[in-house]
Ligand binder design. Structure first.
Ligand code: HT7
Ligand code: ZN
Length: 844
């Protein structure tokens, strides 16, 4: 397959002023007529005319009204065109009903919908489908379906048709169309300048009771973007549509966001607190794209982090403002380490701005999104809050209506601050997570920290230059009081020292407060210091981090040396648990242990080959030790943090429930599941029902409740996804592959629905001890299903191949078993470009 390089970028040969599209919707024979006004680009170096097009049947084509016969070439067509502006007209036929890839125009439960990012529009009509070609779209939809939607503002509608006009020039990837028998949950919003905006969430009949939370989240997002970034909404209407069959979470199409139904529909009975928090964040994310992505878009797909990193950063700020800043930061760092550090450390490592790709769909990664967001955070720390917002104002002023680059983005910061950001730019160009080691010295009242940074080689990048790293540091005295408050040290060299004067005694350092940069801190500290920081650090992130480090150290000893659970750890965590002055959500996070995957990587970093079974067993033993060590306190915590008011998915209530459920999980290890059964029987919300079911399964008492749960929820596809996933994630490791295999035979299993496929095979892939079973049954099952899914849905297949990305860390037997499955996938005839690229990179 052909590789595309950033360095080969050429401006488009033709630009577009206006696009008119007419759709006559029919499941297997939708007609799409396009009328496009092209003009030669004065900056172009070639006059060749090429339009992308895939899986289209061309019915007719005309230039300036005269029929033409274009030449079909790989991936599109070419044609002789006039040297002056001209009108291109074409009619094509497409088949939404048989489009299982869920890219372009497709059908989901009888509803028409689109997904055009990144390159789906070329499956709708012939077009210069690249983000730097922006045009004003007018769309007419002809169909008997009651709801017909597209981007922009409604123009007219009548019996069997609707017309929409989007005044804002946009690239084709932001095009959207929806047609269906849908119900609207309506509302209104008045912008700060007094503009009245109609809001709707469109859902399938039956789901209308699950829209209220999403609508509130949307209105909060609109207000927040006005208040924090000064960004106002710019159309008369903003529509959201929920779709069951969707490859990712949601899509920011201009004025018509399309959502995976799992990322917008919510009710207390069917959604957990975590679902609510995620839905609020995704609604905000897609809404914020209206400015960071839509009004200012990307010049080419290599610049994806320009919109995604910034928008993730903005949605994280929003969640921190709506909920708890420290809790959000801890959750984000857990996710960053689990997904992005893992990616950066393996065969799929790539820069935040990649410089080549085969299939762009494979680059919607944790690196582009989450590390991309961390880079915005670094920049904000380096320039300070005031200059950050000044630079953002300049960015919106200077680039509104542009398809921009990372260079454009950095230039506004250079212009506002006068700083040279060339060293910072390395963060966008160099893959891999920097390791930061620390030495300390104390003499004559001066405490000196010496840091060294290095980044391991990643595929195609052996050499790394030092990056600028903001290291937030605070110093504590022996009594636990802070002697130096948080100070940001700006590290620019490979090795660099920073001195703190005037200290009466050697302090205890709290380094990388707030996780001020996405690096791996390698510090030889002992458990006494970790316990001290867990008890005294004033920085909530580092307080949590100290507990995590303590847990990790104890678990490593348990795995490697068969040690008993660390009593100091148990005591330290018990102190946190007992401390009612601490936020319950923070305490729940402190009680949680590092994941199996985290421990596997920790062992690799220490030079060992991880044994997934031993890791699982160490975690089980430690949880049992926590349950007995804290036995006297847990029932009090469980009772104290029951919420007696009406369910609210807010930070306060969900924090209380998370602590109570963390207590329940431990209690269930010693009470035979009695408390969990009582909670299951009385639960009136999904957070408590699902937590109780998980505890019952773990206690070996889950059979009746599992069956009951299915009977109760069999009509609710999103709850049944949870039912599929929970049985696999909570199965004993030696049974997980069988449980997953059995569930693939369940009447409700379908591989055509990405949510259900992920709930089943994804749940197995995310249960390390079960997935890495020594006989390879987990690998074989996943490979079987990836091979079956690939011809139907390459995008989802390719994404799920990352389950194998850590394969080189395991023993040679497991490596051989995985290699055999990777080779089997690669040998599949007609394997998609998406999956071929992913598996080849992993196998390399
Ligand atoms: N910008 C979107 C990314 C995306 C996507 C979404 C749904 C289905 C397929 C997709 N391909 C790319 C989502 C976002 O970041 O907001
Ligand atoms: Zn996004």
């Amino acid at each position: 397959p052909q590789k595309i390089y950033l360095s080969d970028y050429q401006v488009p040969n033709y630009l577009i002023d206006e696009v008119h599209l007419t759709f006559q919707l029919a499941p297997e024979a939708t007609r799409v007529r396009s009328r496009i006004t092209f003009r030669p680009n004065p900056d172009a170096t070639s006059a060749d005319f090429f339009l992308y097009g895939e899986q289209l049947t061309l019915i007719s084509a005309q230039i300036d009204g005269a029929p033409v016969t274009p030449t079909h070439v790989n991936g599109g067509l070419t044609c002789d065109v006039p040297s002056a502006p001209f009108v291109w007209e074409a009619e094509v036929e497409i088949s939404p009903a048989t489009n299982t890839a869920l890219e372009g125009l497709y059908m989901s439960n009888g509803m028409y919908c689109t997904q055009c990012e990144a390159e789906g529009f070329r499956k709708i009509t012939y077009y210069p489908d690249r983000p730097d070609v922006m045009a004003v779209f007018t769309v007419r939809i002809e169909s008997d379906l009651p709801v017909l939607l597209s981007n922009g503002n409604p123009v007219t509608s009548g019996d069997g048709f609707a017309e929409w006009h989007d005044p804002w020039p946009k690239p084709a990837y932001l095009f959207a169309l929806v047609g269906g028998d849908l119900i609207a949950h309506p509302d209104r919003f008045t912008t700060k300048s007094g503009k009245d905006v109609e809001l709707n969430i469109y859902v399938r009949p039956g789901d209308e009771g699950k829209c209220a939370f999403g609508m509130e989240a949307l209105k909060k997002s609109m207000t927040w973007d006005e208040e924090v970034y000064g960004r106002e909404y710019d159309l008369d209407i903003f529509n959201i549509v929920a779709v069951d069959d969707f490859n990712m979470g949601a899509m920011e199409n201009k004025g018509l966001n399309i959502f995976n139904s799992s990322c917008v529909l919510a009710s207390p009975e069917t959604s957990t607190d975590m679902n609510f928090e995620r839905i609020e964040a995704i609604i905000a994310h897609e809404y914020f794209h209206n400015w960071t992505g839509n009004r200012i878009t990307c010049r080419d797909w290599f610049q994806l982090c320009l919109k995604e990193g910034l928008t993730v950063y903005r949605d994280a700020q929003f969640t921190a403002d709506m909920r708890s800043e420290p809790v959000k930061r801890i959750e984000d760092v857990i996710a960053l380490r689990a997904r992005q550090f893992r990616e950066d450390n393996g065969p799929l490592a790539h820069p935040v701005r990649p410089d080549s790709f085969v299939e762009i769909n494979n680059f919607y990664t944790a690196t582009v999104y989450e590390k991309g967001a961390e880079l915005i955070g670094i920049l904000k720390t380096l320039v300070g809050d005031a200059d950050y917002y000044k630079a953002l104002d300049l960015y919106f002023d200077r680039h509104d209506g542009d398809a921009a680059t990372i260079e454009d983005w950095l230039q506004v910061f250079e212009d506002v601050t006068g700083r040279d950001l060339s060293q910072f730019k390395r963060w966008y160009e160099q893959a891999g997570t920097p390791r930061l080691s620390v030495d300390e010295a104390f003499a004559d009242g001066t405490y000196t920290l010496t840091f060294s940074q290095s980044t391991p080689a990643t595929p195609g990048q052996d050499h790394k230059d030092p990056r600028v790293i903001p290291i937030a540091v605070g110093l504590l005295g022996a009594d636990g009081n802070e002697v130096v408050p948080t100070t940001v040290l700006e590290m620019t060299e490979a090795t660099q020292s920073f001195a703190f004067d005037g200290l009466s005694a050697k302090p205890v350092p709290s380094i990388l407060r707030g996780f001020s940069a996405p690096v791996i801190l390698e510090r030889d500290s002992d458990n006494a210091e970790r316990a001290f920081l867990l008890a005294h650090d004033t920085d909530p992130f580092n307080k949590w981090e100290a507990g995590r480090a303590l847990a990790r150290a104890g678990l490593v000893e348990m795995v490697l040396n068969n040690a008993a659970p660390d009593g100091d750890y148990l005591d330290a965590v018990l102190q946190v648990l007992r401390n009612d002055d601490l936020d319950p959500a923070f305490r729940a996070l402190t009680l949680a242990l590092p994941s199996q995957d985290d421990l596997a990587q920790t062992l690799v970093d220490l030079g060992h080959t991880p044994d997934p079974t031993a890791i699982y067993q160490a975690l089980e033993t430690l949880k049992m030790a926590m349950a007995t060590h804290m036995q006297d306190v847990l029932p009090r915590i469980y009772a104290q943090y029951q919420v007696n008011e009406a369910y609210q998915p807010d930070a306060e209530q969900s924090g209380a429930r998370s602590l109570a459920n963390a207590a329940l999980a431990l209690i269930s290890r010693t009470d035979g599941g009695a408390a969990a059964q009582a909670q299951y029987d009385s639960a009136d919300n999904m957070t408590q029902q699902l937590a109780a079911l998980g505890c019952l399964i773990m206690a070996g008492k889950g059979d009746a409740a599992t069956a009951e749960f299915y009977d109760q929820w069999k009509e609710d596809r999103l709850v049944i996804d949870k039912w599929f996933a929970l049985q696999i994630s909570h199965a004993a490791p030696e049974r997980a592959a069988e449980v997953a295999a059995d569930l693939t035979q369940h009447v409700d299993f379908t591989m055509k629905n990405p949510n259900r496929f992920r709930a089943t095979l994804g749940a197995l892939a995310m249960s390390p001890a079960g997935f890495h079973r020594a006989d390879g049954a987990g690998y074989a099952l996943l490979a079987d299903w990836l091979i079956q899914l690939d011809p139907l849905n390459p995008q989802t297949t390719a994404r799920m191949c990352s389950a194998f990305e850590t394969w080189k860390r395991y023993d040679s037997d497991r490596q051989a078993l995985i290699a055999a499955q990777l080779d089997r996938i690669l040998a599949t005839p007609d394997l998609s470009r998406d999956t071929t690229e992913m598996v080849s990179r992993i196998r390399a």
